[in-house]
Design a protein. Sequence first.
Length: 370
Amino acid sequence: MYAHDLHDAHFWRNVAIGGAILLLLAASAASETGTTVYYQVDYANGTGRDLSTPPKTNQGILRVLRITRVEQGLRGYEILSTGPQALTLVNRGQTYRTDLRWDGKAWVAPAEAAPTVSVSAPSVSGAGGPARAESLRLRASLLELAASLLESREKLAAAGRDLPAPQAAAVAKAREELAAGARKVLAEAYKLGGPAPAGAAPGKATGQVTTRTAPAPQHAAGIAKPLDRVASLPHRVQVWKLPPAEGERTYRVSVGHPEAGGAGAFYYVAYADTTGDGRPDRLLARSDLAAASQAGQWTQWAFSTAYPRVFVGKAWDRADTVHYHTEAVRLDANWRGLSSQSYVAIDAWGLPTRRWGPAWGNLRVWIAQR
């Protein structure tokens, strides 16, 4: 599909969004999409293995390469400019590769270095590279396209809840295609404008992030039996709604990290719904960057509020951050006390007002006893 006139922003937006959604909705017969995270390990004896989790020691290991693969399964589309620059997108797989290092306790991604991104198709042509204004405009349009894909994905979820099993499975597959399309478009948007710079988190961090060693209280909301499924996500903020409450109170939040170091790190965040429309609109508090020293470790954070309607979750900067995550058309008893729908923002530190789910992860939250 093509949008031939980028000088008419509305025309471009309507053609790109409408065509992309039609293509994605028709993709229920396409190949399965998803995210694969694995660890390519080279040993001193000359052998190599692909592991689903990072090695627990460094004994006899020369190198650990972390590979995150996002499969697409769609035929593709292009967005072309009538000007001297052309941005071409083709929906193929995208791969993030990061060399891990042993920090004495675990294999971790470098704190500062961005991962190497290998994308099979996108190209930006034209002498001297695109003008900054054009690049920023394209980035904004791509972010809008991704947001529209995510919104269409949630409309499909609502439509598929009461369908018989075969039709519900087809809807679930189409939703995966929409998510994969959004992930691809977001990758291109972030390349044009770059990821959020380090230290770009708003305001001052409150509370202290600590390692959680004891089990959460039995009355804690969130996940009952922890997940082992790991995925990267096409957004950068994700929160869930807590049951309404009154008066000043302190919440404790605990989340599991699938990977030690920066690639499994995030900020704890809390938002309030101040208007009563059911969506978060004000950042209440955030933590410092929370990172684990071992894969699978849980951290915790606390914040206080008197707002009756509160959302909790996490925000992250890196495109290759991994999370314990699963989704389904319907909830089961393993998720309790929090909204089944999460609310997300596709850009770092944007307001998480878009519905995503039902989705849940290794998150637990409870009110601290006074």
